[in-house]
Ligand binder design. Structure first.
Ligand code: DGL
Length: 266
């Protein structure tokens, strides 16, 4: 039997504004749903955190968020958080379905022709056992280069707020992704941080040769859609506005304008 879409929101969580790359895909696939966007900017960037501290922070933060918003599902469009704490969150909150985000190593391994794949991520995601296990499981026949960038997520945040980015700084971060070996060249770069697709056009521009930049946003949104109970195609449930919250409690005018541009009320 079909039913109207639930009034319970979908919670999207990231360390900053990177998860907005996934929100825009989620909206296309789930137009009848209400979204709550949480940016843990008080702790940004996640990339350099010690694992135990970040894990504890995430488990406690989600306890509060679930109690406050009663989400139907939680999406974590953040590789750094997902590769660390997805299992802990599922154990701590078994009633709540979680959709995580992990580096798109499997699709990259399926698509590469040269066998040279690079994964561009935060230092946290690069050093995770979870990421190493994905390579062993899905990309054993490829040569995978892991690049952990300390500054790229922050450059993406600045770019979204100011419209400006130092191309030389982006080039320096992206350059190690391009590997040549025995006449073969890297042909896929996995964008394994949700902030990076905001810089994808700049990356394309400065790339020494064309590659496929793998952005998993749509796949994450599809996964969320697949686990939601089906709603009918009739009237959507009555719903309030989509809202955003920054954990620092500080949102300047530029951030508010940015979020409004994404249809979020701060
Ligand atoms: N956007 C996050 C990710 O997908 C992390 C950025 C950060 O906080 O360093 O990994």
């Amino acid at each position: 039997m079909s039913a109207a879409a639930s009034e319970r929101p979908i919670l999207l969580f990231d360390s900053g504004i990177g998860g907005l790359t996934v929100l825009r895909e989620a909206r296309v696939l789930m137009p009848d749903r209400r979204f709550v966007y949480i940016a843990d900017d008080a702790a940004f960037p996640y990339g350099n955190w010690e694992e135990e501290e970040l894990r504890a922070r995430l488990v406690s933060l989600f306890g509060a968020l679930i109690a406050e918003f009663d989400p139907e599902i939680c999406m974590i469009p953040c590789n750094t958080a997902s590769t660390l704490a997805l299992g802990d969150l599922r154990t701590a909150y078994p009633e709540t379905p979680f959709v995580g985000t992990v580096p798109a190593i499997k699709p990259a391994a399926e698509r590469t022709r040269s066998g040279l794949v690079s994964v561009l991520a935060t230092p946290g995601t690069v050093k995770r056992q979870y990421t190493r296990d994905l390579i062993t499981q899905w990309a054993a026949k490829c040569e995978v280069t892991l690049i952990g960038s300390v500054v790229l997520a922050a450059l993406a945040e600045d770019y979204m707020r100011s419209g400006f980015v130092d191309e030389d700084a982006v080039r320096a971060e992206v350059a190690p992704c391009f590997v040549e070996r025995d006449g073969r060249r890297t042909d896929i770069v996995v964008l394994a941080c949700t902030h990076y697709p905001f810089l994808a056009n700049r990356m394309r521009k400065i790339a020494p040769w064309p590659v496929d930049w793998l952005d998993p946003a749509e796949a994450i949104a599809r996964r969320a859609l697949s686990i939601l109970p089906r709603s009918d195609s009739g009237e959507p449930a009555p719903r309030g506005p989509d809202v955003a919250r920054f954990t620092s409690g500080r949102t300047d005018l530029v951030s508010r304008r940015l979020l409004q541009g994404f249809g979020l009320k701060v």
